[in-house]
Design a protein. Sequence first.
Lengths: 539, 176
Amino acid sequence: MDLILSAVDILMRWDVALALLAGSVGGVLIGAIPGVGPAVAIAILLPATFSMDPIVGLTVLLGIYGSSMYGGAIPAILINTPGTAVNALTTYDGYPMTARGEPRRALSLAYSASFFGGIFSVICLILFAPVLAKIAPMFGSREIFLAALLGLILVVVAHRGHALIAGALACFGIFLQTIGLEPVKYTQRYTFGQDFLGGGINLIVVVLGLFAISQAFVLLTDEDEKVRMTRLRGGMFQGLRELTRHPRVAGVSATFGVLMGMVPGVGEFTAQFISYTYAQKTSKRPQDFGNGSSEGLIAAETANNAVPAAAMVPLLALGIPGEALTAMMLSVFYVHNVVPGPGLFQNDMDFVVALYLALLVLNVLVLVFLLFATKSLIQVVRIPNRFLGVCILTLSFVGVYSLRNSATDCVMAAAFGILGYVLKRLSLPSVPIILGMVLGGIMEVKLRAAMARVKEPFDFIDRPVAFFLFLLIIIVLTVHILRVLKDHKELKEAEWQTNSASTSFANLMWRRKNSFLKDHGKRVRARHSKLLRRLTDLF
Amino acid sequence: MPSEREHRFAGPRRGQLVFALFLVVAALLLLALIGDQTAWVNKTKLFAQPRFWPAVAIGGMVLMGGLHLYKLPWRRVSRYDLREVKRWAQVLEFAGWFMGYVLLVPIIGYLPVTLAFMPLLSWRMGYRSPFMLWISAAFAVVVVVLFKAVLSVKIPGAMLYEYLPGSLRSFFILYL
């Protein structure tokens, strides 16, 4: 109780209240505009938050992160275009509801489900915080190294069908963070004798290039879409009542959101997918899924809104971001010399709880705002794409230039913008580059510290947590290799148009050998040679 | 007709081969330079060597990028690939607009350059109506006031502001 009171004390400031309001309203607006998304907004606002207190800056960013998904549901439901990438599943059941004349019901259900997911995860994590505070000190250098490695591997293998290129891009991220003056032996790495590379490549420059400037390029080279809006009819509060009729789907989806959010590299997509599949398989009306099912909408929206609070756990407890948005937030901590990790949970637990309370208040603010302002808010969907591109390019300047007032940073950001544009055109992921940069830096420092005390290789995993993490890495890699082998087998079967015989070359040769030795084989060969003889006799 | 491998490839075909080739060639070039661009320090363990992490990163890029290239279902650069490369080159124009904006702000000033940049780029994007141009100018003013005056983001005063009279000069340098 004392902990909560001291956390409330941290939040009782006018600038925190303003940050909460700006973050929640701004996040909803940004989420509601298709083509912007929280990553672009956070990347642009990041340097502006450096001059604020850590709690104020993080509240703004968390506000945008947490509330953008509420806003993203609006275009997903009304015009079948997800406002943020994680609202894609919302279109499956949200838009069919709009098509049959129930847009208000769909919107209020999405808001209510999102609210439940957000509140559930925050309460879970406030209750779970004391346990985390006990576990976090068990993480030394080698455990943090292994956890960072696990996070990086999970991010790579999560990109099914693109795991190899995601791995190569993650390595590119690790390479980027090695550029510059190496801090222990003071040697230059890949600076090519250029002064501007001596200080290294700034994470925010890369983030702004890959997320904001590339998105501006995508919008500027795109066509404006004509948006047909639907008139809103019906009450906005019916979703709250409807949500209470599906407590099981909402509860399980929120739990999946919390669990998946805590695992680095997994995030909203997996949580949503598992929740949606669970809801469909356990529903009495599975045929409605994809055709305007309220359970489907609840599963998707609850799961994705339960993730932001949970995603803060690896960041705060271990200093390891699990995805791009929390990786950006990590730089706010570093700027203020607040080092997230086990120490933060031991010494500044009230700060951690204050962040969670801020998220709690934020969810309430967003829900109230949306219930009363949706009618006016939906107009932002009409902003033309290319004009949005012009706005993002103008705002990107503030983000990059205000860092160090350096034109070189801007050139680098533009170059990363072009790279991000190319990756978007090819449907390849840019998140592994960011996580490679952040986690690569952590891995380099922690491995060096850990190896100083390791005499033999097995000493590295002689502590229980280290051994557990090592085991997890082995399991993840084994599962991934098995999945790749299964995909390969399926491909061969499809190419050969058979699934009864083995597609392995060794098995094929074994089967041929058996066929040669068996009586049936001998009979077949005899028949073939007889036919061949008859044929040759003709000539 | 696309083969089974092409059919199962996640994502568009155009440009994939060019990008994979570029990545692998760049990684190989970086690997070739590793002896020159990183140092090997005597009496230091392998994991603490300054060369260790660049080697891991570039090695990973070469290995995984190479495997990705090998696994691609295409072996020849088609006209669709070249058309895609041209499309990538199109964004150089907007990168140029951005760099022009960056270079002019320290000379002319944040507010005047933003006030010109937003409507000009909007015009270039095909918005000709006075309404859109006024909206873009208003957006420019809001951005400058919000970031420089309210949030006090670090953007230095322009060289041109030095020629303004006394109090106006300091006001412009501080807030616009």
